[in-house]
Ligand binder design. Structure first.
Ligand code: NDP
Ligand code: MG
Length: 384
């Protein structure tokens, strides 16, 4: 695909949205922002529209006041119009930075329309991996991974045939409670869980990093993106977050990707792929000492990761139930309705009680997703 690329950014007001805008500002000759979306933050969306002169803006929730917009900007709202924006003829590339399973329908719409998709939203692959991959394969649309670990794998496997891959490890910082005595996990509050040691991210993924549900979601994401069986997908705790993934090849050699913990590296790599240009943030100083320590995770400390590894083997509804119950539980934890340790209990409870079945269409999936959320909401009362 040639440059400049006309880009639609879904979830422009969030943490990934903000880092994507930093990359776009750095490369105005390569990337033209033409469409943006958010859930309800019309004010911030309006200010992005004015700065970049975008042509279309979309809010999922209908606002009471339409934000002030540049002349000629089209404003839409509602679920259907988000799909229109994701599949807009004028766009070359769609960056999906929406949080949660809500990212799936626009991801599918963009792929169906043959767009290159820069995918930050991991939940879409977790809940609808087979639909997403089938759509991309059928239309020839490319998925460019922007989650830092998956982008790292993507970089390491360039020019390597799929059959040369042996296994891979995604790294994790271990989150803010890596060294907390286990008996103190029950006292963890949203304020302490939202203080990630290395990364500045949106609230949902920050809590997911503390429970390591995030790494579980990422294992499922990796299964779909790189077509490796569950036993070939590993997690390593690497506290400084400098190495993002390690790929082992059949000959026993490993390649790893390294950069400081900022999402601009992965986002720029995906948005400008296959070109490399000066980035937004400074890369590593190779004259300084580097901490390259790695260790396997303690599953007693991270029960959400343990559950995700069980779910990884299931191609039916289990990943969907894992994701839906995690989304519901994290929201309840952030609202101080349940304790930190109840997040894993609610996921486990939902996985055990759900009437699991397979699905083949988006409508079936959305129906099951709704059912799983209802079950998890009932469990909130039980585990409050
Ligand atoms: P944020 O919560 O910071 O931002 C979410 C964005 O999505 C906002 O623009 C929000 O709009 C919009 N949004 C929220 N709910 C909906 C909805 N139901 N429908 C449509 N749009 C919605 O999230 P992050 O930027 O942290 O994360 C985005 C995605 O990227 C997640 O899937 C996350 O797992 C993934 N990711 C994030 C990383 C990070 O560093 N943050 C790293 C790797 C992956 P509004 O502002 O109006 O609410
Ligand atoms: Mg990640």
């Amino acid at each position: 695909m040639s440059f400049p690329r006309k880009l639609v950014l879904l979830g422009a007001t969030g943490s990934i949205g903000g880092n994507s805008l930093r990359v776009i500002r750095r490369h105005p000759d390569k990337l033209k922002l033409i469409g943006i979306s958010a859930f309800q933050n019309g004010e911030k969306l309006g200010s992005i529209a004015r700065e970049f002169g975008v042509k279309k803006i979309h809010l999922s929730q209908t606002p009471s006041n339409i934000p002030e917009l540049p002349n000629g900007t089209e404003f839409t709202s509602g679920a259907e119009a988000l799909l229109d924006l994701a599949s807009w003829d004028e766009a070359d590339m769609v960056l999906v930075a929406v949080v949660g399973a809500a990212g799936l329908p626009p991801t599918l719409a963009a792929l169906e329309a043959g767009k290159d998709v820069v995918l930050a939203n991991k939940e879409s692959l977790v809940v609808g991996g087979s639909l997403v991959m089938e759509t991309a394969n059928r239309t020839g649309a490319r998925i460019l991974p922007a989650d830092s670990e998956h982008n790292a794998v993507f970089q390491c496997i360039q020019g390597q045939p799929q059959k040369s891959l042996d296994s891979l490890a995604l790294t994790a910082s271990g989150g803010p409670f890596r060294n907390l005595p286990l008996e103190e996990l029950s006292k963890v509050t949203p304020e302490t869980a939202l203080k990630h040691p290395n990364w500045i991210m949106g609230p949902k993924i920050t809590v997911d990093s503390a429970t390591m549900a995030n790494k579980g979601l990422e294992l499922i994401e990796a299964k779909w993106l790189f077509d490796l069986p569950p036993e070939k997908l590993h997690v390593l705790i690497h506290p400084p977050s400098l190495v993002h993934a390690i790929v082992k090849f059949k000959d026993g050699c490993c390649l790893a990707q390294m950069s400081p913990p900022s999402m601009t590296f992965a986002l720029q790599n995906a948005m400008l792929y296959p070109e490399r240009h000066t980035g937004v943030d400074e890369g590593l100083d190779l004259s300084a000492s580097l901490d390259l320590s790695f260790s396997p995770p303690d599953m007693e400390r991270y029960p959400c990761l343990k559950l995700a590894i069980q779910v990884l083997r299931d191609d039916g509804s289990a990943p969907l139930v894992f994701n839906a119950s995690n989304e519901v539980a994290v929201e309840a934890f952030l609202a101080n309705r349940i304790g930190f340790e109840s997040i894993s209990s609610i996921i486990e409870h939902s996985l055990n009680l759900f009437e699991h079945r397979s699905f083949s269409t988006l409508d079936d999936l959305l129906y099951l997703d709704e059912e799983a959320r209802l079950l998890a909401k009932q469990a909130i009362v039980k585990f409050a």
